[in-house]
Design a protein around this ligand. Structure first.
Ligand code: IMP
Length: 428
């Protein structure tokens, strides 16, 4: 009955797509449980590279069934674009299942995301502009549109009307924009619903049955721990729960069915959007990491903010997710550095903190306390056995493991699928 959760342990873009794909060949279902097309995974298979946003990375696996869970917010237009793009390259998407309870990102959510960010000015979050926050806000405010609403014209019209009633007042009176037409929006959503219908299923039932039959389900989180609306660097977070608990609420599977929780961490840290980032590097070191690691957003193309590995973040991720394993990605990016600084604790107003400050005002002023490890210069991308890594590289990994309080089971040593060192199986 293995239910395996895979989440990002930092601020996103840790290389979860590669890890999901690695496990995906051994699983029966890959279920996305949170977020929407704000996510971006690049999956490299052979010479082919696939940039995915909304679809679970397992869509590339010929055997796994990809599932979009109820916790995801679905922009149907983006979903169809992604399906069409993959099918034109010979990837079969017909097995996809979409939860009937997932919330829809309607065109007005995208409009609201953009105007709200503009309105916030210097207080903006730096969102991806994909309508994620407004769609989740409607879900919590109980005026959201769910997938099954798209199949009943009268009911949908009612819901769109209820949702736009207040929004149009805001758009016109506060943001000086044109109101959005209820009939046009309803027709557009009904049209999208027609195409969505064949994929729609009671995914909670499907996944629970599969687990009861001994099948393996991989629960794939979008974004990452530090962007979690409850456990991240609020308010500079996304609007969902990318932490392990979100796998249960976002798919309708109970926690007793989860046997592994795998966290993906980069050998350094990146962040996009606004918000505090204690180990952030400015100047040459940051530019070097960005260039070496090709750190530009898959979804927005934005250059990512780059910094040294932060063990406080990783310990925290191990704690709030109950991690059983870490997949450490992009270790090869650090090749060539003479010394590698590593943040072991924070200095908060002159006081040493080994644990994550929960008060964001404290986190905003936290200064990294560094330890320095000797680097390596050898190419590590062809190495498949941990013991064949340069000694200084082994020491760096062992120190990360010790500081994180969780074993490192897989190491990514390059962009290709086979650029990995597998220390422990992620599936058995
Ligand atoms: P939203 O999810 O578009 O509302 O954006 C909220 C914050 O989460 C912003 O700082 C985004 O840059 C960040 N974010 C959202 N999705 C991702 C992701 O997949 N990787 C990294 N950051 C993300």
């Amino acid at each position: 009955m293995p239910g395996i959760v895979l989440i990002g342990a930092q601020w996103g873009d840790e290389g979860k797509g590669k890890a999901t794909d690695l496990i995906g060949t051994k699983v029966d279902y890959v279920a996305r449980f949170n977020g929407g097309n704000n996510a971006g995974h690049t999956v490299v298979v052979g010479d082919e590279s696939y940039a995915l946003h909304l679809l679970p990375s397992g869509i590339i696996s010929p055997t796994a069934t990809p599932v979009i869970g109820n916790g995801v917010v679905v922009d149907p237009e983006v979903l169809f674009e992604e399906i069409d793009g993959l099918e034109s390259r010979g990837v079969d998407c017909s097995r996809l299942l979409v939860s009937e309870g997932a919330h829809i990102i309607a065109p007005y959510h995208r409009v609201l995301d953009k105007v709200t960010e503009r309105f916030l000015g210097k207080h903006k979050i730096g969102t991806t502009g994909r309508g994620i926050g407004p769609a989740y806000a409607d879900k919590i405010n109980r005026v959201g549109i769910r997938v099954h609403d798209l199949f009943n014209a009268e009911h949908l019209h009612d819901k769109v009307e209820a949702s736009l009633h207040q929004k149009n007042q805001m758009l016109v009176k506060l943001y000086n924009r044109r109101p959005i037409d209820v009939n046009e929006t309803t027709d557009e959503l009904l049209r999208l619903g027609e195409r969505l219908k064949p994929y729609v299923a009671n995914t909670s039932l499907v996944l629970n049955k599969a687990l009861d039959e001994g099948k393996t389900v991989l629960f794939e989180g979008g974004q990452a721990t530090m962007l979690d609306v409850d456990h991240g660097t609020y308010p500079f977070v996304t609007s969902s729960n990318p932490t392990a608990g979100g796998a249960c609420t976002g798919t309708g599977v109970g926690p007793t069915k989860i046997s592994r929780v795998i966290g993906v961490s980069k050998a350094y840290v990146t962040r996009v959007g606004e918000g505090p980032f204690p180990t952030e590097l400015f100047g040459e070191d940051g530019d070097w990491l960005r260039a070496q690691g090709h750190e530009y957003g898959v979804t927005t193309g934005r250059p990512r903010r780059c910094g040294w590995f932060d063990a406080v973040v990783n310990r925290y991720a191990a704690q709030v997710n109950g991690l059983t394993d870490i997949v450490l990605t992009k270790l090869d990016v650090l090749t060539g550095l003479k010394e590698i600084p590593l943040c072991v604790a924070y200095d908060v107003n002159g006081e040493r903190r080994d644990d994550m400050p929960t008060d964001q005002a404290e986190f905003a002023v936290a200064k990294p306390i560094y330890e320095s490890m000797p680097g390596w210069s050898e190419d590590i991308s062809q190495i498949h056995d941990f013991n064949d890594l340069p000694k200084t590289c082994q020491d760096y990994v062992k120190r990360l493991e010790e500081l994180s309080g969780c074993r490192i089971s897989v190491i990514g040593t390059g962009p290709q699928r086979d650029h990995i060192i597998q220390i422990n199986s992620l599936v058995d």
